[in-house]
Design a protein around this ligand. Structure first.
Ligand code: BGC
Length: 400
């Protein structure tokens, strides 16, 4: 195993998202999706890890394990349960979490939107509706008031995957499909829903401006899902087209931001006949992805090539596995690739592992990404060896 050393002040922590760990997110669109009679999801999120109530215990774990940062999301569906109607209790809840992190010496990295939205937003047309931009900014203007002491805020998690989800939902609702022509045959992801993409991008820019107007010191960015796209001879054009469609156009929107989040898990290779998948099935992770530990380093290099000198933070990287030794091996390779990127002069400010807890993986609890296991009935947390190993690396990082 490599010895991992990172510079003083390097953010080194874990990532989570509200819907995946809080439980009973009943006013969100995902809860509605999970309970729809024709739902495609294997199981509902239910109580998740009950982190809505156990966030203090979770923050204790983050600190005790040796991490210095915790990325979590605040839930729009709880903060604005009906149009323009705020829940001051929900705002106080998230404010308490931020205080809880600061009191423990943990840097809170706050995501304002992580895939979920209030049901009323969905009923009004979700991101395909042009008003979605103002709806989101209205929520953000309220939320920014609880962010004292926070340095890094992400407006929207994985706008590129959000665009793909919007397309899937749009198709499910039986709408016409003008995006069909943008699809790249054989590619692992369909083209994002263009009508939604336009508004998601506008929402990011408007939210960023609103946050900066209220809190010029806040470092604002968003987090982009890196697909780590490469080609063998003959696949270059398809690879470039796919990269532009699902990733690069979003990264180009980051060039005026304070930072960009890089989220990477695996890679995608194209050849003359399109997408290539020749990794043996029994080596794939529990999400069915290729085991490719150096993906994150490759993602950082690709991102830097587009965003230039915008600082990067790895806001997600991890592996769905029930073999914790494999989690350590994967993360060991991932950290070496981050270190190599730093050594080559890339401006990488942090590494936040996905995820602190085994959680709701958008339809199922089976793909376990957690450093910490969670009993689904007692919610008892059990620290895995990978958590101690990774936290030990965090402990070795000097403060700035
Ligand atoms: C998302 C997380 C998700 C993870 C693993 C990212 O796409 O931001 O919510 O759990 O990847 O699939």
């Amino acid at each position: 195993m490599a010895e991992h050393r990172f510079p003083p002040g390097f953010l080194f922590g874990v990532s989570t998202a509200a819907h995946q760990i809080e439980g009973a997110n009943t006013n969100s669109n995902w809860w509605a999706i999970e309970h729809h009679p024709s739902s495609h999801v294997a199981e509902p999120s239910g109580d998740a890890a009950d982190s809505f109530h156990r966030w203090g215990e979770d923050l204790d774990l983050v600190a005790e394990l040796g991490f210095n940062a915790y990325r979590f999301s605040i839930e729009w569906a709880r903060i604005e349960p009906a149009p323009g109607e705020l829940s001051y209790a929900a705002l106080a809840h998230y404010r308490a979490m931020i205080d809880g992190a600061l009191e423990r010496g943990i840097e809170p990295v706050v995501t304002l939107h992580h895939f979920t939205e209030p049901r009323w937003v969905t009923d009004a047309g979700s991101w395909a509706d042009a008003e979605s931009v103002d709806r989101f900014v209205g929520y953000v203007e309220r939320a920014v008031g609880i962010l004292d002491g926070v340095r890094y805020v992400a407006t929207i998690n994985e706008p590129n995957i959000l665009g793909v989800m919007a397309r899937v939902m749009h198709l499910g609702s039986g709408g016409d499909d003008p995006d069909r022509d943008r699809d790249i045959p054989t590619a692992p992801l369909p083209a994002p829903h263009l009508a939604s993409e336009v508004n998601v991008i506008a929402a990011h820019h408007s939210a960023r401006d609103a946050i900066k107007a209220a809190r010029p010191d806040l470092q604002v960015g968003w987090t982009v899902a890196s697909q780590v796209i490469s080609a063998v001879p003959g696949g270059e054009d398809t690879a470039a087209a796919f990269a532009d469609l699902v990733e690069d156009r979003y990264l180009r929107e980051s060039t005026g931001d304070d930072w960009v989040g890089v989220q990477s898990y695996t890679r995608n290779v194209f050849g003359p006949d399109g997408f290539i998948r020749d990794d043996p099935e029994d080596t794939r992770t529990l999400t069915g992805w290729e085991y490719w530990p150096t993906a994150v380093g490759e993602a950082l290099r690709h991102t830097a090539g587009i965003v230039g000198d915008v600082p990067m933070i790895v806001t997600e990287n991890g592996i769905a596995t029930d073999d914790d030794e494999r989690r350590i091996a994967y993360t060991d390779g991932a950290l070496s690739s981050v270190r190599a990127a730093l050594d080559d002069g890339l401006d990488v400010r942090g590494y936040l592992h996905w995820s602190l807890l085994d959680n709701y993986e958008w339809g199922s609890y089976t793909p376990t990404f957690g450093l910490v296991a969670v009993d689904r009935e007692t919610f008892r947390r059990t620290v895995k060896p990978s958590a101690r190993w990774l936290g030990g690396i965090g402990r070795g990082i000097p403060s700035a």
